[in-house]
Ligand binder design. Structure first.
Ligand code: ADP
Ligand code: MG
Ligand code: MG
Length: 253
């Protein structure tokens, strides 16, 4: 049983050397293993900032609060330690790493997180199996990381990483954006497989209720103006779909 807790988290984005802006204004959220929490909210409300702040992106500075994984302070860990501890982030805009093949990249990530390099043949088998499950052509293993990938291919590769790394908690930032229905199903099945395999907690950041038909949330949170404005069950997502976010956003904000 894993408990991932975000308590009173405040963070600034560092815009330039002498300019910063507070984006996260006191975020509280607890995710237990096996739970899926959907985070929904308007553009610019700070959802990606929350994901980056937890992952340790240097552009964001935590000014208050804590993030605990089974009582251990994630914010005191180096970025690679966070991954080793079991925190996974699928970015809204996955980065391209030309010149590094997908298979090498994935094998090093897996080695770093598991603490030992998997045997090459065993890893190749594992990788091919996971790629097949995600309908990724085997030729992708030799391609540069995300290099020239379509939006949907990048998202599928984020889930490939997820399935290989087996984190305790996965933060998925708009992993559903830009996917057609078939790709959405494939990606959703991957998330559900990873969750079933190791009782992972999921923070699913999304704009659309569409993915929630495939990845069933236990809780839905409305994120507005840097904090969670309301929490509820799946019915809240349905309400948002029909009403929008208007009542959560202050006029003129
Ligand atoms: P969301 O993911 O909910 O759409 P973001 O976390 O991406 O929102 O952005 C929240 C706010 O922080 C926005 O107003 C955005 O412009 C600002 N912001 C985020 N990153 C930066 C940055 N690197 N430089 C300047 N402003 C930023
Ligand atoms: Mg679930
Ligand atoms: Mg975002």
């Amino acid at each position: 049983m894993t408990k991932f807790e975000i308590r009173g988290l405040r963070a600034d984005v560092l815009i330039s050397e002498d300019e910063r802006q507070e984006i996260l204004k006191g975020v509280d959220l607890t995710i237990n293993s096996g739970e899926t929490h959907a985070i929904m909210g308007p553009n610019g409300s700070g959802k990606s900032t929350l994901a980056y702040a937890i992952a340790g992106h240097p552009r964001y500075e935590i000014t208050e609060g804590e993030v605990l994984l089974d009582g251990e302070n994630v914010l005191e860990m180096e970025v690679d330690e966070r991954a080793r501890a079991g925190v996974f982030l699928a970015m809204q805009y996955p980065v391209e790493v030309p010149g590094v093949s997908m298979s090498n990249f994935l094998r090093s990530s897996v080695s770093a997180v598991r603490g030992e390099a998997p045997k090459l043949r065993q890893f190749s088998k594992e990788l091919q199996g996971a790629m097949k499950d995600l309908s990724i052509d085997s030729s992708f293993a030799a391609r540069g990381v995300n290099e020239g990938f379509s939006g949907g291919e990048k998202k599928r590769h984020e889930i490939l990483q997820l399935e290989l790394l087996k984190p305790k908690v996965a933060i998925l930032d708009e992993t559903d954006s830009g996917l057609d229905v078939d790709a959405l199903k494939i990606v959703s099945e991957g998330i559900n497989r990873a969750q079933a395999a190791n009782d992972m907690g999921v923070m699913l950041i999304t704009h659309y209720t569409r993915i929630l038909n495939y990845v069933k949330p236990d809780f839905v949170h409305v994120f507005a103006e840097g904090r969670i404005a309301e929490s509820g069950g799946p019915e809240l997502a349905a309400a948002l779909e029909s009403e929008g976010y208007e009542r959560f956003v202050k006029a003129g904000a």
